[in-house]
Design a protein around this ligand. Structure first.
Ligand code: ATP
Ligand code: MG
Ligand code: FE
Length: 341
């Protein structure tokens, strides 16, 4: 049983055909790094336009490579939010047109659910429930994932997302955009204990994360001229990891024992982060699961997979389903950003 997935919520245009047996049959991904690099970040209008130009030929290429027609698919699944609204609309409108033309049901996918369920695409043994650390460009949350569509948020950031903090640190250090992988690479040559940096909210009784102060501290330390960029990168990364582990401890105490710890989202591609989380999981008698690197950052296989997971629920979207710029996974927990502690 095949599901076609479409992703266009940020700066990756992506299309994938995934089988419910977990085979990624075919996929295409086009990054817009080159378009946005001169601006040091994603420009929404440029992103929407690039998605619009690229999507149709990519859909054709994926179906062509797999040798299937859209009518052979059980559903078309598209990211319907949250994200940059122009880009989301481009993907969703394309999906609606395909669904209508081939009489295939449409599944509207929450991009965060794509990240949240992505570990199950790669790991057939990963069962619900699991404790999920979702760390991406726009989000930093800990969720108890109890089933498809059943997410209980235990923690979120009150200011920056962790991916955002990586990107800003990269900018401060003059590494360019996108920053996460560049900070990780440079950190390999640095001493993680060289620069004293704060660990915001460490030991706090509130469940949340905060990374804005850490980023400002990197800026101040950089301005002293006393530290190498590699030491700053390594020290930033270590401070961030210490915060993640501390907040996971807190969340685990709240949630009670969980059989598995899972990490997803772009920052999950960071090897130091993965190793620290794996150590934490094992120290707490939990299994650990992280998607392969290519499934961590934005991709359409995770969207198609979320469609596969949702197929048995039979909740198809009407063709006038509206794109949502904001769409929390756990509506009960919103709002929390900037709520203060
Ligand atoms: P969201 O999913 O919250 O809507 P997004 O889709 O922009 O945001 P992702 O594609 O999931 O985010 O992740 C991109 C983020 O991951 C960027 O902030 C990037 O810097 C970060 N990132 C990617 N690779 C690494 C890495 N190796 N180390 C640290 N951060 C990384
Ligand atoms: Mg991206
Ligand atoms: Fe994402």
């Amino acid at each position: 049983t095949l599901v076609l997935g479409i992703e266009s919520s940020c700066d990756e245009t992506a299309v994938a055909l995934v089988d419910t047996d977990r085979t990624i049959v075919a996929q295409r991904i086009a990054s817009q790094e080159a378009e946005h690099a001169p601006y040091g970040g994603v420009v929404p209008e440029i992103a929407a336009r690039a998605h619009a130009e690229r999507l149709a030929p990519m859909i054709e290429a994926v179906l062509g490579e797999a040798g299937v027609k859209l009518g052979d698919c059980a559903a078309v699944a598209a990211t319907a939010g949250p994200g940059l609204i122009g880009g989301v609309m481009v993907g969703l409108v394309s999906a609606k047109a395909l669904a209508m033309a081939s009489d295939v049901p449409l599944i509207a996918i929450n991009h965060l659910e794509g990240h949240a369920l992505s570990p199950r695409l790669a790991d057939p043994d990963l069962e619900f429930p699991y404790l999920l650390l979702l760390v991406s460009g726009g989000h930093c949350q800990i969720l108890a994932v109890e089933g498809v569509g059943q997410y209980r948020r235990l923690a979120t950031t009150i200011d920056d997302a962790l991916g955002e903090a990586f990107d800003k640190t990269a900018k401060i250090l003059g590494l360019g955009y996108p920053g996460g992988p560049k900070v990780e690479k440079l950190a390999l040559e640095g001493d993680p204990t060289a620069v004293p940096l704060p660990r915001p909210l460490l030991g706090s009784k509130e469940p949340h994360f905060s990374f804005a102060g850490l980023k400002s501290a990197v800026l101040r330390a950089h301005e002293t001229g006393e530290h190498s960029a590699a030491d700053l990168a390594a020290s930033f990364q270590q401070a961030a990891i210490d915060c993640l582990i501390d907040r996971l401890k807190h969340a685990l105490a709240e949630s009670g024992a969980m059989p598995n710890l899972v990490v997803a989202g772009g920052v999950a591609a960071n090897r130091r982060v993965r190793t620290a989380l794996e150590d934490f999981a094992h120290a707490n008698a939990m299994g650990f699961s992280a998607p392969p690197l290519a499934l961590c950052t934005d991709n359409a296989a995770m969207i198609a997979w979320a469609g596969c997971e949702r197929l048995p629920l039979g909740e198809f979207a009407p063709l006038d389903f509206a794109a949502k710029p904001r769409w929390p996974l756990d509506p009960d927990a919103e709002p929390a950003r900037g709520a203060g502690v």
